[in-house]
Design a protein around this ligand. Sequence first.
Ligand SMILES: [Zn+2]
Ligand SMILES: [Zn+2]
Length: 342
Amino acid sequence: MQAIVFHGEHQLALENMPKPTPGPDEALLRVNACGICGSDLHGYLGHSPRRDAHVPLIMGHEFTGIVAELGSNVKNSPPIGAKVIVQPLIHCGVCRACRAGKTNICPNMAVLGIERHGAFAEWVTVPADRLFLLPDGLSDVNGALTETLAVEVHLFRQLAPALLRTVVILGAGAQGLLAVQLAKIGGASQIIVTDIVPQRLALAEQLGATMTIQADQEDPVQRVLAATDKWGADFVVDAVGAASLKKQGIAMLAPDGIFGLVGLAAGESSVNFNPIVNKEITVRGAYAYNDDDFQRSLELIARGQIQVEPMIHVAPLSEGISYFQRLIDEPAGLTKVILTAQ
Ligand SMILES: [Zn+2]
Ligand SMILES: [Zn+2]
């Protein structure tokens, strides 16, 4: 089968790989669509020790497909021929985190496309209990955004209600644009988005932002304070992970505000903790998602409450490597690239 194989920093190759065979508890899927995640780009650039430890590796964890074969032990799974989406976090189910319902932070977790082969390929095997049926009417391509949305759903469900609050979203990439729409569903009174790419800010406005800030031309902190009668934002979501945004986020938060973090920075970030004390700020990290977040994300996209189409660019798997490079060199016109197998 055709697959994009990662061999280490800056080394991706389109190769012929053996078609995998499902183990007793696994399903074999024909891959229909697989999104390129920001974390895959970090992997390609050599910033993902987890991926580096498993080369040669087929990356890709945001994918939909068709069930082609089921292992001998599999029960209660979507049947052969069903269209499915995969929740790619394989948790152990028995550790203390899993038993506390925190499956997303299971220390024994293996992620498809990170610790074992993912779906930048024509075929992939996955544990059958990670399959979710794709609802009728939801396309393979749009469904592939479920994983990305689930990250934001997990964060927003931990924040206090957004109703009538000011929400600032730092970064208008795929995560940021999905966060805009969740803030809108949550009833935020102001949704302010920062980015340095004008096209992305225009998309944010189209999807519900009430104000956008071109962060390399204007001071985001001053603009947020001006827009809130100097009170500040009730929620700030860091949808990027860059160290500089941590400082900015804290400076623009209102007293009693919440700083939600989903982005992972490459190194350490230095922050002044005093405003956290002075203003009684809560800093809330959110990592990945659990099955319930995933199911709710799937429903939000299937019902059209979250629009994913404006941020999607579809390309064939065979051209995937050039899209990795384009997303790094000239990301302005591209938000989420979905690779399809034909
Ligand atoms: Zn991802
Ligand atoms: Zn566990």
